[in-house]
Write a protein that binds this ligand. Structure first.
Ligand SMILES: NC(=O)c1ccc[n+]([C@@H]2O[C@H](COP(=O)([O-])OP(=O)(O)OC[C@H]3O[C@@H](n4cnc5c(N)ncnc54)[C@H](OP(=O)(O)O)[C@@H]3O)[C@@H](O)[C@H]2O)c1
Length: 255
């Protein structure tokens, strides 16, 4: 038992098993790409404390984060977040290996990093150098060939999509072309905003953490803005005063 209980859809009152949670968080069968975006927010809407998300996380949040990674083909992350949160490539562990074996998933998830200017991604970053499989870097033509070569020398698989800014639609299509259709996006807010505005997000996995933090922190999405997209509640589970919410993302109201 996990100590996590289901609130919606209403079910048995007892705690969920790991298998129950896996059923909730598994990607649907099929061949279509599915982009799930994970965020933790304080109850008052902050996306970070002291520059990171760790101070907002709780044990149930980490359970669903692990489910997201374990059941994905690819972890998609903005270069800024990969750097500030010290991402490495995904590593093996017994829980993940067992889970992936049971779900028929190969190896470890690939990591894909997004940078338009290249400024947020140093070639020595652990997300490129400390990884079991080559990290994909989605970037664009305007980044110097010298920097792209240094990423490649660090082991990255550099993919150009766009001139001055990464074409996220093309990036997601490239993931699908490679058979990486279960996409687990780990943020950050600029990437989520761009993906949402481009209509590329299928599911939002939002943890509302039991903290008030005030201050000047941003929120989980940042960008030019969009017509409100309707969300459909898929599930709500809770443990340790934390709400773990899954929404299906619909079309924007004007769409
Ligand atoms: N609470 C949570 O769950 C959570 C999750 C993730 C991050 N965070 C927090 O969010 C903060 C980082 O946010 P951030 O403002 O740096 O945002 P971000 O979304 O991590 O974006 C930062 C950089 O990533 C690249 N990027 C983002 N969107 C892109 C796009 N559409 N196309 C191409 N490149 C893109 C850009 O790099 P270039 O400038 O190199 O082009 C951009 O400057 C940190 O404090 C982190 O802890 C919180």
């Amino acid at each position: 038992m996990t100590g996590i209980q289901q609130i919606f859809p209403a079910g048995d009152a007892g705690p969920l098993t790991t298998e129950d949670l896996e059923r909730l968080y598994a990607y649907p069968d099929g061949t279509g790409v599915r982009v799930a975006v994970n965020f933790v927010s304080s109850a008052d809407g902050a996306v970070e404390v002291e520059g990171g998300s760790a101070g907002l996380s709780t044990p149930p949040d980490r359970v669903v984060l692990d489910l997201g990674t374990d059941l994905a083909d690819v972890v998609l992350v903005a270069a800024g977040t990969a750097t500030s949160e010290g991402f490495t490539g995904v590593k093996h562990n017994d829980r993940m290996d067992d889970r992936r074996r049971r779900f028929g998933l190969a190896g470890v998830p690939v990591t894909a990093v997004v940078t338009s200017s290249g400024r947020s991604l140093d070639p020595s970053a652990p997300v490129l150098t400390d990884t079991l499989v080559p990290t994909i870097v989605f970037t664009c033509e305007s980044v110097s060939a010298g920097l792209r070569d240094r990423w490649s020398d660090a082991g990255a698989d550099v993919v150009l999509t766009g001139d001055g800014a990464v074409d996220l639609g093309a990036a997601v299509a490239e993931l699908q072309r490679r058979g990486l259709r279960r996409v687990n996006c780990m943020g950050g807010p600029a990437l989520f905003g761009s993906l949402a505005e481009a209509g590329l997000v299928d599911e939002l996995r939002l943890t509302v953490a039991p903290f008030l933090v005030s201050g000047g922190a941003g929120r989980i999405a940042r960008g030019a803005g969009m017509d409100p997209a309707r969300l459909e509640l898929l599930s709500v589970v809770t443990g340790d005063d934390t709400l773990l919410i899954r929404y299906r993302v619909g079309d924007s109201a004007a769409g």
